[in-house]
Design a protein around this ligand. Structure first.
Ligand SMILES: NC(=O)c1ccc[n+]([C@@H]2O[C@H](COP(=O)([O-])OP(=O)(O)OC[C@H]3O[C@@H](n4cnc5c(N)ncnc54)[C@H](OP(=O)(O)O)[C@@H]3O)[C@@H](O)[C@H]2O)c1
Length: 197
């Protein structure tokens, strides 16, 4: 059995997830690709068991008109934050390091985690726990902002899976991370999930 952790996001050509103040207006159309090509958000999210996001991303999503996720969400935070009542049962808070969190979610039977938020993605990459990265480049330079990969000296060999240009200038690239690790699963995992590797 394996567990896979994926990144799926949109960035400016210079690699920013958001403007310095967190603004993402410039990518709002990212989920609405003009052609059916590449890996659509809908096709991707249909394969996801749990979305793991950082607290900053959670706070941004809370400003949206509607909660956009049908999958269970884990919010990583070291703080005590209030989960709005309409999200109880859909969102839980955790403060575990990536390895520990992945082990726990694997022991609950999860197979595919969607990891979101710049700092969070960087922590997972540092732990070599990101297996696939899909980035849709929006044709804009922002010059400054919240960086997808940061400056954390993460080095990882990638294998290109697919490149998809769209008529509106978006370009989606998909990679597997060649040195990604499988977490050591807890000993009770196999009996719990009823699967073998
Ligand atoms: N363009 C896109 O597709 C896209 C996608 C996602 C996000 N975004 C944008 O990116 C911005 C947020 O990204 P970000 O890099 O600022 O941060 P982030 O990853 O969303 O959140 C970082 C925070 O999460 C908490 N955290 C992360 N790992 C943790 C762990 N293992 N244990 C405990 N807490 C942990 C910490 O918060 P505490 O201080 O609470 O401990 C940390 O400061 C937002 O503006 C969002 O809209 C854009």
């Amino acid at each position: 059995m394996t567990i896979k952790c994926s990144v799926y996001c949109g960035t400016s050509l210079d690699g920013f997830l958001a403007r310095p103040d967190g603004d993402i207006e410039w990518l709002q159309s990212e989920r609405f690709m003009p052609e059916k090509a590449g890996l659509s958000y809908e096709a991707f999210i249909a394969t996801v068991d749990t979305l793991v996001m950082g607290r900053n991303t959670f706070e941004k999503v809370l400003t949206f008109k509607e909660w956009p996720y049908a999958v269970p969400v884990v919010v990583l935070t070291t703080r005590t934050i209030e989960i709005p009542s309409h999200l109880r049962g859909k969102v839980r808070l955790k403060a575990s390091p990536p390895q520990e969190l992945v082990q726990q979610l694997a022991s609950e039977g999860m197979r595919h985690l969607y990891v979101d938020g710049g700092i969070t993605i960087q922590h997972f990459l540092q732990a070599r726990l990101i297996h696939e990265i899909t980035v849709t480049f929006i044709p804009v330079l922002l010059g400054a902002g919240i960086s997808l990969f940061g400056s954390t000296n993460i080095e990882a060999p990638l294998k290109l899976l697919e490149t998809t240009p769209f008529s509106n200038g978006f370009v989606q690239v998909r990679y597997t991370v060649e040195n990604a690790a499988q977490p050591a699963l807890p000993s009770h995992y196999h009996s719990h999930a009823g699967q073998s590797s």
